[in-house]
Structures are given as structure tokens and as C-alpha cells.
Design a protein around this ligand. Structure first.
Ligand code: ADP
Ligand code: MG
Length: 245
């Protein structure tokens, strides 16, 4: 354990948060409907980036996000997350990685209707530890406060507007202090004003906490407010560069 490493360790923070190398994804392997939908993607994401992922419907955006989020296995290639290859991790290890590193925001909020906003936000902590510590509950309160819902903490999702529900979902994604938030069309179900508000919230979290974001959006107006744009076309990366570059 105490022997010096054979090669000098890389300085802390120098490794990419995400490194994909030749990632392929086939659905329905072995069936007549087998189809490869990601054709060997190479992608690096550095800690602290704010990335828009765009592309036509069916181009593979959700598939890529689900692979990044350890929700879907890749068929071939290599995925290194925070310096650790994800290949070979069993379900329990994947669940732990998801819980401690990743936050998810989807187009539909998936809040539990019988629970209050506050309870929904603390749910990931409950699932992890079996109970919600006082510190975690306090964090949930301050997150709800930060997303403008201090007065709505004890309301159920059904009592909130669509924009408010999505802000609860954003608070829930942040409760475990994830290094990386993956958002799949997080404003796709919202009107323009709520959508702008939710997006501004993501940018503020990025600015204040340095959280890394990969956000799928169809909205070029919102993409223009990201720092880097990755565009998928037919399962290939067709463009990757600074926004406006
Ligand atoms: P996007 O999010 O860009 O619209 P998806 O990643 O959802 O694209 O889908 C990419 C391709 O993979 C599409 O052709 C879609 O039909 C197919 N696909 C997505 N999920 C599945 C699945 N679970 N089984 C089979 N095919 C799928
Ligand atoms: Mg999609």
C-alpha cells in the first residue's frame, strides 16, 4: 500500500471528468431488429464544462446521455468516469457511482405525487442511506429556497405549476452534490418563460458550484447560452466546439 507508484500520479484534476473512446451502442443485439445507433463516439468532458447536446430526433442523444449516466450499457468502446473505467462494474457498483457522482433531470419531472416537494428532493438521500440526515434535509430546504420554492416546500407536485415541478426536479438532482448533471430536454415540456427560468437556474448552479452539465436541448436559443456545443447526427458527432465558434 505504501510503496511509491511505479509511474508518477497525474496531478489532481488533470484527468477528464468523462472520456469516451470508440463508444458504440447496438439495440436488440441478436434480433432481426438489431441496430447500431452510436457508431464509435470519442468525447472528453472536463470538470466544470457546460455543454449543449443537440441533434435531430433519433440521432442518439438520449442513448448517449443514458450511457454517460450509467443507465444503459454500451456495446463496445471505453468509458472512463472520474478516472475510473466503468467496464466491469457490477450493478451495485454502478448504482453507487450514479448516486454519488450523477444527477439527472428529464423532460418529465417524475416527482412522486403523494410526497411533498421537500420529500421528493430528499428521496435520493433516503434511497441511498435509508434515512435522511438532518444535514441533508437542511440542504434540501436550501436548494428549494435557491430554486425559488421556499414557500412551496410542503406542497405536493399536483399543487405546483409545470415550471415549479421542474424546479423541484432540479433541486432533487442536486441533493447528493453530484459532480455531473445530465439533463435530457429538461425544458422540453415547459413554456418559454418557465423554460428560460429553469435554464437560468442550471447556469446559476454551474456558476456557483462548478457542477458540470450536459444538457440535451432542441432549443437553439438555449444552446446559445451554453459554453460548448456537441451535435449528434445519425449516431456520429458531427460538430463539437465552443458555442458560436
Ligand atoms: P434522440 O434522443 O436523439 O431522439 P435516441 O437515443 O432516443 O435519440 O434514439 C436513437 C435511436 O435508437 C433511434 O433510432 C431510436 O429508435 C433507437 N432506440 C432508442 N432506444 C431504443 C431501445 N430501447 N430499443 C431499440 N431502439 C432504441
Ligand atoms: Mg431523446
Amino acid at each position: 500500500m505504501n510503496a511509491p507508484p511505479a509511474t508518477p500520479a497525474a496531478p489532481a484534476g488533470s484527468a477528464a471528468l468523462i472520456a469516451l473512446d470508440g463508444v458504440r451502442k447496438c439495440y436488440n443485439v441478436g434480433l432481426p431488429s438489431e441496430a447500431e445507433v452510436l457508431h464509435g463516439l470519442d468525447l472528453q468532458v472536463q470538470s466544470g464544462e457546460f455543454i449543449a447536446l443537440m441533434g435531430p430526433s433519433g440521432s442518439g442523444k438520449s442513448t448517449l446521455l443514458n450511457i454517460l449516466g450509467l443507465l444503459e450499457p454500451m456495446t463496445a468502446g471505453r468509458y472512463v468516469l472520474q478516472g475510473e473505467p466503468v467496464q466491469g462494474l457490477d450493478d451495485a457498483a454502478l448504482t453507487l457511482r450514479r448516486r454519488h457522482t450523477l444527477g439527472f433531470v428529464f423532460q418529465f419531472h417524475h416527482l412522486l405525487p403523494a410526497f411533498s416537494a421537500l420529500e421528493n428532493v430528499t428521496l435520493p438521500a433516503l434511497m441511498g442511506a435509508g434515512q435522511v440526515s438532518a444535514a441533508r434535509r437542511e440542504r434540501a430546504r436550501s436548494l428549494l429556497d435557491a430554486v425559488g420554492l421556499a414557500a412551496a416546500m410542503n406542497k405536493r407536485p399536483g399543487e405546483l405549476s409545470g415550471g415549479m415541478q421542474q424546479r423541484v426536479a432540479i433541486a432533487r438532482a442536486l441533493i447528493m452534490e453530484p459532480a455531473l448533471v445530465l439533463a435530457d430536454e429538461p425544458t422540453g415540456n415547459l413554456d418559454t418563460a418557465s423554460s428560460d427560468e429553469a435554464f437560468a437556474l442550471l447556469r446559476r448552479i454551474h456558476r456557483e458550484h462548478g457542477t458540470t452539465f450536459v444538457v440535451v436541448t432542441h432549443d437553439s436559443r438555449l444552446a446559445a447560452r451554453c459554453d460548448r456545443l456537441v451535435e449528434l447526427v445519425d449516431g456520429h458527432i458531427a460538430r463539437d466546439g465552443p458555442v458560436g465558434g
